[in-house]
Design a protein around this ligand. Structure first.
Ligand code: PLP
Length: 400
């Protein structure tokens, strides 16, 4: 019997990054030495004291349902973190915990958007935003940032995209995939725009702990009370604490919205995993030195990778300001051939590099920019050196 899928299911693309990861995994299982630049997760271990907190929670029998929107103790830890790192004050009813920040973002979409509402999404964007917005029958409105302007989101870019149907502006700083950090003056200008046009701001701050060259992360909600009232801040323990598998993310925002998101979550997943919640408390409140150590190591890799990539003729790689990705422009190679096949776009380039050089990376088209590729440097330095050697060799083999 053929399954008559819903139109929603039919139009939802599976996560491209996860798809590449599973293809690379399959090649590795076949014994092929694949260098994997596809991953969106730190290659570091979850800190030992965080693991220990979860083990202790198991021993103490903290293994049952918790309140659907998370335990108060974790909400308090999040409130402490938001005060400590972001200068923000929230009450318990303004915070909720979900199964990763991807889930937090989906709760926001479910609770806030009506069919036909427009949400402004600056490109290049994280692949999930547009799919989640479409899943709730709303409409992502893409505004294109440019490499020449360091992929910075500006009021000048956003303002012309606003229509009477616009409900929210989605911001992701530092950005996956470009690493761009929105400059302070533009944060202010975008916040003012949101106030003037009565829009919500959704601020995904998953990579806040990874900024480079002396840049500091600023939460847009911390600019002033009027901005805070219309901002839903979303963050996660996944990246800062190397806890991708634990699935703990959180949202902070207007109590009315958080309550609605909590009600939805209670009907969909119930609570995030009890023992992971305990671990997240320790991550947020415990020593933060490993976060700094991880950032220093990522920075070392970033400098190497950007430097090396920019020595490859016809390739251009902007210096990412945050996160753990580089986003080189490879369009200078489009039109060249490999074994008689012409490479015309980022998907064909990624396929070529996987098949020929055994390097896994994500085509930029998935993030809304077909001129680019996304490479994650969440891999040991030796792997990065090997991978970039291979990329260079494969690109040099292309014929004009
Ligand atoms: C920009 C961005 N936001 C959110 C997430 C989701 O992280 P998690 O669901 O693990 O909290 C990711 C993961 O790759 C991301 O890149």
């Amino acid at each position: 019997m053929s399954v008559n899928l819903s139109s929603r299911a039919k139009r939802t693309k599976p996560s491209a990054t996860l798809a590449i990861a599973s293809r690379a995994k399959q090649m590795k299982a076949e014994g092929i030495d694949v260098v994997d630049f596809g991953l969106g997760e730190p290659d570091f271990e979850t800190p030992a004291h965080v693991k220990e907190a979860a083990i202790q929670a198991i021993r103490e029998g903290f293994t049952r349902y918790t309140p659907a929107s998370g335990i108060d103790e974790l909400k308090e830890a999040i409130i402490t973190k938001l005060k400590r790192d972001n200068g923000l004050s929230y009450r318990l009813e303004e915070v909720m915990v979900s199964c990763g920040s991807k889930h937090s973002l989906f709760n926001v979409a479910e609770a806030l958007f009506e069919s036909g509402d427009e949400v402004i999404v600056p490109a290049p964007y994280w692949v999930t935003y547009t799919e989640q917005i479409r899943l709730v029958d709303a409409c992502p409105i893409i505004v294109q940032t440019s490499e020449e302007e360091k992929f910075h989101v500006t009021r000048r870019l956003v303002e012309p995209a606003i229509t009477p149907r616009t409900k929210a502006i989605l911001l992701n700083s530092p950005c996956n995939p470009t690493g761009a950090v929105i400059p302070h003056d533009q944060l202010g200008a975008i916040a003012a725009l949101a106030v003037e046009r009565d829009l919500f701001l959704i601020s995904d701050e998953a990579y806040e702990s990874l900024t480079y060259d002396g840049r500091a992360h600023v939460s847009i909600a911390s600019l002033d009370e009027e901005t805070k009232r219309r901002t839903i801040l979303v963050n996660t323990v996944s990246k800062a604490y190397a806890m991708t598998g634990w699935r703990i993310g959180y949202a902070a925002g207007p109590a009315e919205l958080i309550k609605a998101m909590g009600a939805i979550q209670s009907q969909v997943t119930s609570n995030p995993t009890s023992i992971a919640q305990k671990a997240a408390i320790t991550a947020l409140l415990g020593p933060q030195d490993h976060v700094r150590a991880m950032r220093a190591e990522f920075d070392r890799r970033r400098r190497y990778l950007v430097g090396r990539l920019n020595t490859i003729p016809d390739l251009r790689c902007a210096n990412p300001e945050g996160a753990f990705y580089v986003f080189p422009n490879v369009s200078g190679f489009y039109g060249r051939t490999a074994n008689g096949h012409r490479i015309r776009n980022s998907t064909e380039m990624a396929t070529y590099l996987l098949q020929t050089a055994h390097v896994a990376l994500v085509p930029g088209v998935e993030f809304g920019s077909d001129a680019h590729l996304r490479l994650s440097y969440a891999a040991p330095m030796e792997t990065i050196v090997k991978g970039v050697d291979r990329i260079e060799g494969a690109l040099r083999m292309l014929c004009r």
